[in-house]
Design a protein around this ligand. Structure first.
Ligand SMILES: Cc1cc2nc3c(=O)[nH]c(=O)nc-3n(C[C@H](O)[C@H](O)[C@H](O)COP(=O)(O)OP(=O)(O)OC[C@H]3O[C@@H](n4cnc5c(N)ncnc54)[C@H](O)[C@@H]3O)c2cc1C
Ligand SMILES: *[C@@H]1O[C@H](CO)[C@@H](O)[C@H](O)[C@H]1NC(C)=O
Ligand SMILES: *[C@@H]1O[C@H](CO)[C@@H](O)[C@H](O)[C@H]1NC(C)=O
Ligand SMILES: *[C@@H]1O[C@H](CO)[C@@H](O)[C@H](O)[C@H]1NC(C)=O
Ligand SMILES: *[C@@H]1O[C@H](CO)[C@@H](O)[C@H](O)[C@H]1NC(C)=O
Ligand SMILES: *[C@@H]1O[C@H](CO)[C@@H](O)[C@H](O)[C@H]1NC(C)=O
Length: 459
């Protein structure tokens, strides 16, 4: 018993040590070369920090690179991307742009995946990041051992394995890759095809067919409308409370939750039945960190990763950050801010709070969710707290603040989506200053000035 207590004390002492000891010339491992990895690389490089990026594929840009294939790639690696051919961004240009590296003026207000992917490639070239990236290196395990991180990775072609020591780990592996599959009674009887939106590429296979879509997240709304252009009938089952005012096409019908499937169709909880040919689950994704274990001090569930300070720093092992784990935010902008915060942290520009202080910040958010009866998954939701989050990151780390106009643009965009999903991408947004922006309808060039006052009304 005494020994056990000793071990616990020693463990806590080592945590304290980690939180307070400043490592000189820290070695940083960045996992993934999507937006999280690229922004981290840019700022770490600028700060003169020793770092390596490990990327499993041959490419930068992560999920933004469309691949017509599904399942596995040429190296037998599970295909990571969830991109589909007709995708256009669901946020306007200013909310998709990396600071100091503008999106080309000739690009439309809501770029296609291809235009945005090219932008990410040129970003990587412009900041000369590729020489810091080890492509085709798949991270298979990251373990905390004494005061270092042991990172194992595998060259996916030669299968050669490497093990290295790092002082700091930046996890940038994204979280839109492992499909969350619902379990629906009678699914095994159904005779048609069933796919998850992760594997949706093109509407063509659904031509003249009757399709059931489940889920009304961004993918569910976007893909069902994409498919409605060629399908005989789109049956969209969801329980969103959002007031979609879109004039949906005639072949689109909304239904409540599914009760069960049989060989030929689907029965909903209101007892109605629809004959269908195919099903697309737009039921979202699960957090998936197969390379981390209990030595990370994190607790993983399909829809939560805890405890994280400022939605980012691993409270129990504060030399690790998990990037981009915020939901309902300008994700590109948020990830860039997190990369700048992380660099300032590694650089020693500010000192990290104690473990107790970081835990208390997390606990507060957790208690607040609990008292509102909300699920743990909401711990990653920024939504109305987005601008406050940017202010907090700046207050603690001294990084340049993300201007409030970003949150205002996202709020305006969210409202336009409720008004009409078919035309919200016709609006173009222009930032005037840190608080104000203009919106204009690309077609009519009818410019409406949006003042700070009006913008506040919308938030
Ligand atoms: C279909 C779709 C549409 C989207 N549309 C928008 C949009 O319009 N606007 C917006 O702001 N956001 C959008 N997003 C969110 C999108 O995830 C972010 O824009 C952004 O791409 C997140 O970047 P990331 O670097 O965190 O992750 P990712 O882009 O997912 O990159 C992760 C990288 O890590 C690599 N990797 C994974 N595991 C390992 C490992 N074990 N070892 C080594 N490398 C590994 C992967 O190969 C990948 O390159 C969309 C997402 C999807 C799926
Ligand atoms: C960077 O770290 C690696 C080990 O990860 C080490 O081999 C190398 O010498 C370091 N470079 C510098 C400039 O400190
Ligand atoms: C599936 O269920 C519907 C509604 O109950 C029914 O009309 C239909 O015949 C069933 N199909 C089969 C193949 O059993
Ligand atoms: C760290 O602080 C220095 C000096 O104030 C500043 O020039 C630098 O930009 C900061 N770095 C980061 C990443 O914030
Ligand atoms: C929206 O833009 C499309 C082209 O992208 C155009 O065909 C359509 O007429 C526009 N709608 C409105 C209402 O401006
Ligand atoms: C935003 O616009 C309002 C009204 O024109 C103006 O008073 C305010 O100063 C502007 N904000 C900034 C940061 O310039």
């Amino acid at each position: 018993m005494i020994r056990l207590i000793f071990i616990i004390c020693a463990y806590q002492a080592s945590l304290l040590l980690v939180a307070t000891t400043k490592i000189s010339n820290p070695r940083v491992c960045v996992i993934g070369a999507g937006i999280a990895g690229l922004t981290s690389a840019r700022y770490l490089k600028e700060a003169g920090i020793n770092f390596t990026v490990l990327e499993a594929t041959r490419y930068v840009g992560g999920t933004w690179r469309y691949d017509p294939r599904v399942d596995v790639d040429e190296n037998g690696l599970t295909l990571f991307t969830s991109m589909y051919k007709h995708l256009r961004t669901n946020l306007p240009k200013p909310a998709m742009e990396m600071p100091g590296y503008p999106l080309p003026a000739e690009m439309p207000s809501y770029p296609t995946w291809e235009q945005f992917y090219k932008y990410l490639q040129s970003y990587s070239k412009h900041f000369d990041l590729e020489k810091h990236i080890k492509f085709l290196h798949h991270v298979i395990s990251v373990k905390r051992d004494e005061n270092v991180w042991r990172v194992k990775h595998k060259q996916v072609v030669t299968k050669e394995e490497y093990e290295e020591e790092y002082d700091f780990v930046v996890v940038g592996t994204g979280h839109y890759s492992k499909p969350h599959m619902p379990s629906i009674p009678g699914e095994e009887k159904f005779k048609g095809t069933i796919i998850h939106s992760h594997n949706y590429r093109l509407p063509d296979p659904f031509k003249n067919r009757r399709i059931l879509f489940i889920g009304a997240g961004p993918s569910g709304m976007d893909i069902s409308l994409d498919v409605a252009e060629v399908a005989t009938r789109v049956v969209h089952s969801h329980h969103s409370i959002a007031n979609f005012k879109t004039p949906f096409p005639e072949n689109y019908v909304r239904k409540p939750d599914v009760r069960e499937l049989n060989e030929t169709g689907v029965t909903f909880v209101d007892d109605t039945f629809e004959e269908i040919d195919d099903i697309v689950y737009c039921t979202g994704y699960e957090y998936h960190y197969p390379f981390l274990d209990e030595s990370s001090g994190l607790t993983f569930a399909p829809h939560s990763v805890v405890p994280l300070y400022k939605y980012l720093v691993n409270v129990n092992q504060p030399t690790m950050v998990i990037m981009g784990l915020v939901v309902r935010a300008c994700l590109v902008i948020a990830i860039d801010a997190q990369a700048r915060y992380t660099t300032a942290l590694v650089k020693g520009n500010f000192s990290q709070p104690s473990r107790d202080e970081m835990m208390a910040e997390w606990q507060n958010r957790y208690d607040s969710l609990k008292s509102q009866g909300r699920p743990l998954s909401h711990i990653h939701l920024l939504d109305k707290k987005e601008d406050e989050y940017y202010a907090d990151l700046t207050k603690e780390s001294g990084i340049e603040r993300v201007p409030p106009v970003m949150f205002k643009i996202r709020t305006h965009d969210a409202k336009s989506k409720l008004e009409n999903l078919l035309i919200y991408r016709n609006y173009s947004y222009e930032v005037l200053d840190s608080e104000n922006f203009t919106v204009s309808l690309e077609k009519s060039r009818n410019k409406t000035e949006v003042t700070a006052k009006e913008a506040t009304m919308w938030s």
